[in-house]
Design a protein around this ligand. Structure first.
Ligand SMILES: [Zn+2]
Length: 202
């Protein structure tokens, strides 16, 4: 069983490969297809720390600054994410406004805080039990962050409104894209499984 733990399957060519311990900053490549397989968990810890700080900055900017400016026959409106749920609520779209509040504003914020705390716990090696609890929360919560769906909804609305309105991406749109890119990178590419692996080595 212990031996099986060190066997991995290359996601690119499906070859079965024996996993080896890596030194700091080392990266393992598949011996068959030569694509990147995994990297030293030390790299991942520090990357998580840097990324969670960058994500926090981009998150705050994208929440406070307007992301889109809409001009319909002289009537100008700036759309801020934080105000969009208040607007939806005031118009009677209670379910939609709560969906935006939890999956676009609150859950991503909790994810950023947890990722930052995890990076600190991983680097310091302090409190393995707390790290486990945080990992359990983020494993569930990451599936409830719909910032990407929100972006698609905005882009679809923009395309539909293009004929009747003058629309510009405002200053908050770019931090939002950057925040989303970091979140997608951590969830889809870095993967929570690799965080569990770091926890196993704590
Ligand atoms: Zn391969």
């Amino acid at each position: 069983m212990e031996k099986l733990k060190n066997i991995i399957i290359c996601p690119h060519c499906e070859s079965v490969i024996e996993k080896k311990e890596l030194n700091k900053k080392e990266v393992a490549f598949c011996p068959v297809c030569n694509k990147k397989l995994y990297e030293s968990t030390n790299c991942v810890k520090y990357r998580l720390f840097n990324f969670s700080i960058a994500m926090f900055i981009f998150y705050i900017l994208s929440m406070l600054l307007p992301i889109i400016r809409i001009n319909i026959i002289g009537y100008e409106e700036n759309l801020e994410i934080i105000n969009s749920f208040i607007f939806l609520f005031s118009k009677g779209y209670v379910f939609l406004s709560l969906f935006v509040f939890f999956s676009v504003i609150l859950f991503p914020f909790i994810c950023i805080v947890i990722l930052f705390m995890l990076s600190l716990l991983f680097i310091s090696g302090f409190d393995k039990k707390l790290a486990k609890n945080l990992l359990v929360i983020i494993t569930v919560l990451k599936d409830w962050c719909f910032v990407d769906i929100f972006l698609i909804a905005i882009l679809v609305s923009v395309i539909k409104l293009l004929n009747v309105a003058d629309i510009d991406f405002s200053v908050g749109f770019w931090p939002y894209i950057l925040f989303l890119s970091f979140l997608v990178y951590i969830v889809k590419f870095l993967k929570v499984e690799s965080l569990w692996e770091i926890w196993g080595n704590m």
